[in-house]
Design a protein around this ligand. Sequence first.
Ligand code: G1P
Length: 288
Amino acid sequence: MKIRKAVFPVAGLGTRFLPATKASPKEMLPLVDKPLIQYVIEEAIEAGIKEVVMITGRGKNAIEDHFDISFELEHVLKGKNQNSLLEEIQRISNLVDFCYIRQKEPLGLGHAILRAKEIIGDEPFAVLLGDDIIYSDIPAIKQLIDIYEKYQSSVIAVEEVEKKYIFNYGVIEHKKVADSVYQISNLVEKPLPDKAPSNLAIIGRYILTPEIFDILEKTKPGRGGEIQLTDGLNDMLKHQVIYGYKFEGKRYDAGNKLGFLKATVEFALRRPDLGEEFRNYLKGLELT
Ligand code: G1P
């Protein structure tokens, strides 16, 4: 079955970016001039996703407004003949169908995904986490969709991560079955470095079959007292094979300050309108 729907959990509080995120969602922080969430939405659209399901929470209205029509802004831009900006603004609101569901309580990623049960129904779907921004020729989620279509089973993105950072991620135990494809035998959410079953960490891109919903309904709170998607996937291993796929592309952890800064600098350097001047500026930079 084709992957048509994607779930974007965006209810997190963004405490790592306070005070910037006190009154505006962390997903709206821009890399250069585009909010983080738009990069991830565009990745999904390029991969053929037709319906976006956002799992939101209190204080996230700016995300809904961003993907909606802004008559006032369009009127002003038209009046000023700023046509390319106008087209860009209209393009955003026409991208795809959006639907918003409130998570109400921050009870974990697994709990957030479960909120989408009714709207997803009985079909496989994608999950994209906005903290992971991936720069690649082929959209990372499209790479996962291709693997799903080949193996007809759930697929999650993985990446090799240095041992000292592994405690930030879900980690897989695996057997390699093809180039960059791993059959998963166990998943552990945020293990201590000496308890990690491998150096392959879960990155925020998943293709899941709808069986995950019934499983998440029964998944007990795990790490941090939250219902973890990783634990749900571990339970799902009893019923189906799950694959890990080492995608091609450069991943930025925009959910922490250093990763966000790296992404900002590198996306700016890649921009045709800014890159050269910005590179020269960085080369000559001397802080007083
Ligand atoms: C979540 C998942 C974790 C995964 C990570 C990828 O954690 O629970 O398994 O490795 O996303 O970004 P979070 O970063 O939301 O704490």
